[in-house]
Design a protein around this ligand. Structure first.
Ligand code: 5RP
Length: 255
């Protein structure tokens, strides 16, 4: 199966090699696997499908983090399951918008951050697959689209006012607009997304955890695209086929 994306050839190779290697290194028969969203996981689903078809992997079931992921799972001939049926997954595999030197992530560029965090949290291991452009020293160094925050529509204005001015690190809290319909983009949960251009992005020694807690407590905020201390290992792919592997400080696995 050939994957179709809008990426140029070098970027596609980078995503593909990171995904293929992560699947080869981590996925074993009998596992329950969470699959994330975006253009990179397309290759992870492809590899899983190939290994199943060739008989090298058996009895794999996958939990999707979005409608796109559900389609990827089905198109690759993989079996679907859910957190109701398989409540602690062996592996969660997903892309990221940015990865800092401590393997903290910004996610939600594709608007699926809430389901992604739920599936990641309910997995024993979280493996990130990314192309080389996602590797940053600090959050906001390379990613310039802000921190995605999913908000229930009725709360959008108070939350924007708070993020624009009342909190440490205040900065433009931009309502994400749809490219397909007139008006705001909607998540699969029917909510809006704020892309928060915090003044703390691209700065050293920021305590994102404290900020995360404050924002999460705001009524109407569903979740924030900061994935702090969640990833176990990150695979960065390069256009020449090289893959760099970065273990998070807390990483407990021998690979
Ligand atoms: C979607 C996400 C994606 O994982 C993130 O946007 C990375 O996407 P891609 O693999 O296309 O670079 O967080 O909500």
């Amino acid at each position: 199966m050939e994957c179709i994306t809008n990426d140029d050839a070098g970027l596609s190779i980078a995503k593909k090699v990171a995904s293929f290697k992560a699947v080869e290194d981590f996925i074993e028969s009998g596992m329950r696997v969470g699959l994330g969203s975006g253009t990179t996981v397309v290759y992870a689903a492809q590899k899983l499908g190939e290994l199943i078809k060739s008989g090298k992997l058996m009895d794999i079931k996958c939990v999707p983090s979005s409608y796109q992921a559900k389609q990827l799972i089905q198109n690759a001939g993989l079996r679907l399951t859910s957190l109701d049926e398989s409540n602690l997954l062996d592996i969660y595999i997903d892309g990221a918008d940015e990865v800092d030197s401590n393997s903290n992530l910004i996610k939600g560029g594709g608007g699926c951050l809430v389901q992604e965090k739920i599936v990641a949290y309910n997995s024993k291991r979280f493996i990130v697959i990314a192309d080389y452009r996602k590797d940053s020293k600090v959050l906001g160094q390379n990613w310039n689209r802000g921190i995605p925050i999913e908000v229930i529509p009725v709360a959008i204005t108070p939350v924007q006012i708070f993020l624009n001015g009342s909190i440490e690190g205040a900065g433009p809290a931009v309502l994400r607009m749809s490219h397909e319909i007139m008006g705001p983009a909607r998540t699969e949960n029917g909510n809006f997304i704020i892309d928060w251009h915090s003044s703390l992005l691209n700065k050293q020694d920021i305590h994102w955890n404290e900020l995360y807690q404050r924002i999460k407590l705001l009524p109407g905020v569903v979740d924030i695209g900061l994935f702090l201390n969640m990833a176990d290992i990150v695979y960065f792919g390069f256009p020449d086929g090289k893959v760099d592997i970065r273990k998070a400080i807390s990483h407990k696995y021998d690979i």
